[in-house]
Design a protein around this ligand. Structure first.
Ligand code: U2P
Length: 225
């Protein structure tokens, strides 16, 4: 399915201009069978702040990722193929799905095998890569970004504007510019750092619709447990 950020009113407007029923335009942008694998422009590497995930959803769900024996900070949410506008998902691919063992082997950076599997199904199948290569590329993308030390070892709760998180990543990662990174928040907490990368994992400008900068003056980052 292709996700476009085009709002409904814009589609309706376009439909009027083209004199075609709105429903036709809407169905033209949503293929039930999924997009063609391997057809995309760049990647988003999404890093989730585990303490925020645990506080808002994970702990209540009893996710192992939130167990006190772990000390996850920024974990790999996913490596998402993107179009310059919108993104593909749930693509049809000839590639075989990963084995349980392959997904389980990703848990050291994703926090759970379940998330790795979900990301393969929704995004990995769109990469056009075999599952093993998609997981390996995701691992390389994750390793290519330096997590600023202050966050990698955060041992007390802090509140800060998302801009400060963004600046810290830019400082720790030469080549990264504000146009290549966006920091999101959710329920008053820093949620994700999303970094745009080319297909060969070099820092890359994000598409306009990928900018989801948190506008709150301050957001909470709870310490790593
Ligand atoms: O934002 C909600 C979910 O949509 C997917 N997403 C979002 C923005 C974007 O640029 N690309 C993209 O793929 C993510 O889906 P998930 O992997 O979580 O299912 C994102 O979390």
């Amino acid at each position: 399915m292709r996700h476009l950020t085009q709002p409904r009113w814009a589609i309706a407007h376009l439909a009027r201009a083209l004199a075609v029923p709105t429903v036709l335009l809407m169905s033209a942008s949503a293929h039930a069978e999924g997009e063609q694998a391997g057809n995309f422009d760049y990647y988003i590497l999404s890093l989730g702040w585990t303490p925020s995930w645990c506080a808002t959803i994970g702990e209540a769900r009893g996710d192992d990722q939130c167990h006190p024996r772990h000390d996850y900070g920024f974990t790999l949410h996913g490596l998402w193929p993107q179009f310059d506008r919108g993104w593909p998902s749930d693509c049809r691919t000839q590639e075989r799905d990963p084995s349980r063992a392959q997904s389980a082997a990703m848990a050291d950076i994703t926090g759970s095998a379940g998330l790795a599997w979900h990301e393969w199904k929704k995004h990995g199948r769109c990469s056009g890569l075999p599952a093993r290569d998609y997981y390996a590329l995701s691992r390389r993308a994750y390793a290519s970004i330096t997590i600023p030390k202050v966050f990698a070892t955060l041992n007390r709760d802090i509140t800060l504007p998302a801009r400060v998180v963004e600046e810290a990543f830019i400082e720790a990662n030469p080549g990264l510019t504000p146009a290549m990174i966006t920091v999101t928040c959710n329920q008053g907490r820093i949620d994700e750092v999303r970094i745009c990368l080319s297909k060969d994992l070099a820092p890359h400008p994000c598409g306009q619709d990928a900018a989801r900068d948190c506008r709150a003056p301050k957001a909470l980052m709870e310490k790593i447990r």
